[in-house]
Design a protein around this ligand. Structure first.
Ligand code: SF4
Length: 103
């Protein structure tokens, strides 16, 4: 018989925020762009997605997840791909500056 005592426990607490998501059941194409989408079409779709996010009760948990998981695509936590990349880069610069010896 398998000894399950060494297996990791349940992780539902890490994901159950998704049960309260405002986008639950929504069309995912609102949050993820098709490969050929550019310009105004992309901006308008993202703005619609962000409007859903801004009324979402789990926006902070969603954004935290997307940053920790380095989600590359889509709108998460009310931020688009470029905005999340900028946040990650800023955090990296901050950490780097904090590690530099004082002059
Ligand atoms: S913040 Fe936006 S993408 Fe995240 S769960 Fe809420 S509605 Fe969905």
């Amino acid at each position: 018989m398998t000894d399950v005592s060494r297996l990791p426990g349940a992780f539902h607490h890490r994901w159950d925020w998704q049960l309260s998501a405002a986008c639950r059941g929504a069309d995912s194409s609102l949050f993820f762009h098709p490969p050929d989408e550019r310009g105004d079409a992309r901006t308008e779709r993202e703005e619609k997605a962000k409007r859903v996010c801004f009324r979402c009760p789990v926006r902070q948990a969603c954004l935290r997840h997307s940053l920790e998981a380095r989600e590359q695509f889509g709108v998460w936590g009310g931020l688009g791909e470029e905005e999340r990349r900028a946040l990650i880069a800023a955090a990296r610069r901050e950490r780097s500056a904090a590690c530099r010896p004082a002059a």
